[in-house]
Ligand binder design. Structure first.
Ligand code: ATP
Ligand code: MG
Length: 357
């Protein structure tokens, strides 16, 4: 039976890199005999908003809930629609309503890409950041008192539930189990945040009992961010709460060079709802419409989607194709952000050809 994929390209360069993501997936699907059926949706873009005064139709949930995955470009066009409307009205709705409680980002230095960390080579940086995506510090529980006076007080609570913490930890331990190094690092701050973070540490220690083969360590978030920069080779799977994971999942890909190549996934591991796969970059209005956006983030997100659907071999072939094209370093093919003079299409085509084998 075909895997049904909902495609939402969104705005700006999202609409330019999406066709290359689909091209790559179609080639991989053909080679590995995977049946993919794409359905494109116009909603979830600022143009849709300007026409309908909302980012999504009222029945978006029913329209999307039975898909096997959402393949997503980028949303946002701040000159036309404020970010809090475009983002909250689309992407964040998907994450919440489809209970995508894992945000997953590979941080892998690719050949031919210069890391901003001096002297780092491919192989030195190859880890995952797993972020809790639904609770923690981003709880909106709180309030204001004595507003507008000198006694003004604002308060926002961190919410950690046992179910919420355990499920992200389990995902991270399971992921570490699949990796050769079998190592898990937990982000904490239990020396300063004295209730929720010791609880987080406790749940990590508890979960670790079920995974005796995995080497577990933990760092306070301040020194952990320093170690991402100083010793990225230490890490394999790094797990953090919503806020800490948010910080680490921007810093990690930043250590691996251009923002144009980093992929990400928002996952509902049980498959009760569709998971969403998208490049880390946004709609990049400054380069939109020029045909120069790097499509690798979108293509690599497609690889993560295939892996999620159970096709690890096909996913690996896609990532290998990206590595090969990057390491060849043909300037006519590569986009400008990675030192070339080519276009979104030239780079997408080169990778697709390579995926074809
Ligand atoms: P957001 O607000 O969602 O983070 P944005 O539109 O403000 O998104 P980003 O997409 O994060 O901006 O990109 C920041 C800068 O990085 C862009 O201005 C652009 O120059 C560059 N960039 C982003 N994506 C790509 C890409 N795929 N190829 C080349 N350059 C990119
Ligand atoms: Mg931005």
């Amino acid at each position: 039976m075909a895997h049904r994929i909902a495609v939402i390209a969104g705005d700006g360069i999202g609409t330019e890199v999406m066709p290359e993501g689909i091209r790559a997936l179609e080639v991989a699907a053909k080679r590995f005999k995977i049946d993919l059926a794409f359905t494109t949706f116009e909603f979830g873009s600022c143009d849709y908003y300007l026409e309908h005064s909302k980012m999504l139709p009222d029945d978006w949930f029913d329209q999307l809930k039975d898909f096997d995955a959402l393949f997503y470009g980028a949303v946002g066009w701040p000159d036309k629609v404020p970010d809090h409307i475009s983002l909250w009205g689309s992407l964040l709705q998907f994450r919440r309503q489809f209970d995508q409680y894992i945000n997953l980002r590979p941080c892998k230095l690719m050949p031919g890409i210069k890391s901003p960390l001096a002297g780092r080579e491919p192989g030195d940086i190859d880890f995952y950041v797993v972020r809790e995506n639904t609770e923690g510090e981003y709880s909106s529980v709180g309030g204001k008192m004595f507003e507008g006076t000198e006694r003004e007080i604002v308060l926002q609570e961190t919410v950690m539930s046992r179910v919420g913490v355990d499920r992200v930890l389990k995902y991270a331990f399971d992921l570490a189990q699949t990796r050769p190094r079998k190592k898990l690092t937990s982000a904490t701050k239990s020396n300063g945040i004295s209730i929720t973070m010791p609880y987080w540490d406790e749940r990590v220690a508890e979960m670790a009992k079920h995974y005796p083969e995995i080497a577990v360590d933990k760092f306070h978030i301040d020194i952990l961010t320093a170690n991402f920069v100083l010793h990225p080779d230490w890490f394999d799977v790094v797990v953090g709460s919503n806020l800490f994971g948010d910080i680490l999942s921007d810093l990690g890909p930043a250590c691996t060079g251009t923002i144009g190549i980093a992929p990400s996934a928002n996952i509902n591991p049980e498959g009760k709802f569709p998971s969403l796969f998208e490049p880390v970059h946004g709609s990049a209005p400054d380069i939109a419409g020029k045909g120069i956006a790097n499509p690798i983030g979108q293509i690599w997100s497609g690889a993560m989607m295939l892996e999620h659907l159970g096709y690890k071999e096909a996913a690996d072939a896609m990532v290998t194709a990206i590595e090969e094209v990057l390491s060849e370093g043909n300037r006519q093919v590569l986009t400008r952000d990675v030192g070339g003079q080519g276009s979104t299409v030239s780079l997408g085509q080169a990778i697709a050809e390579r995926i074809g084998g």
